[in-house]
Ligand binder design. Structure first.
Ligand code: K1U
Ligand code: ZN
Length: 145
């Protein structure tokens, strides 16, 4: 089932373009996500089925994040710098991935999507409301235009 959906998920992510995509972002009630940190280069996608964070560092890092569910909106988000994620691959085999840098950020962002959490949920109420107000303005402008 997931195996047959993955090619479409990857096509959607590359077309966006994005470096990750979680099933709930395309209306699927499934716990899997795809990631490819180099969408412009030779494809090197990772498919993560039932990913879960097994370990996270106490050390944190702040990186700018975007989201294909909130196009055009970016913010600095602070998260654990390193994570170890356990998941199943497309063959159903258990795997673990130890990540830092952008991959660690992207893994946490995608696992958040599986739990209904968006990057704006990690921001202060002030910053989150600024983004929400911008989105409302954009929606109004689209209606008028
Ligand atoms: O899950 C998503 O909404 C995709 C999101 C993933 C992500 C980006 C940045 C930090 C954490 C997670 C995106 O891919 S937004 C687009 C983006 O960052 C990008 C697009 C093309 C080239 C490089 C980056
Ligand atoms: Zn996102």
């Amino acid at each position: 089932m997931i195996r047959s959906i993955v090619p479409r998920m990857l096509a959607t992510m590359y077309a966006a373009p994005g470096i990750g995509l979680a099933a709930p972002q395309v209306g699927l009630d499934l716990r899997f996500a795809v990631i490819d940190l180099q969408p412009d280069e030779k494809p090197a996608p990772i498919t993560l089925i039932n990913p879960r964070i097994e370990q996270k560092s106490r050390e944190e890092a702040t990186r700018e994040e975007g989201c294909l569910s909130l196009p055009g909106h970016y913010a600095e988000v602070t998260r654990p710098e390193r994570v170890v994620v356990a998941y199943e691959d497309l063959e159903g085999q258990p795997q673990t991935i130890a990540a830092d840098g952008l991959l660690a950020t992207c893994l946490q962002h995608e696992i958040d999507h599986l739990d209904g959490i968006l990057f704006v949920d990690h921001l202060s109420a002030l910053k989150r409301n600024m983004i929400l107000r911008k989105m409302v303005k954009e929606k109004r402008a689209r209606k008028i235009g």
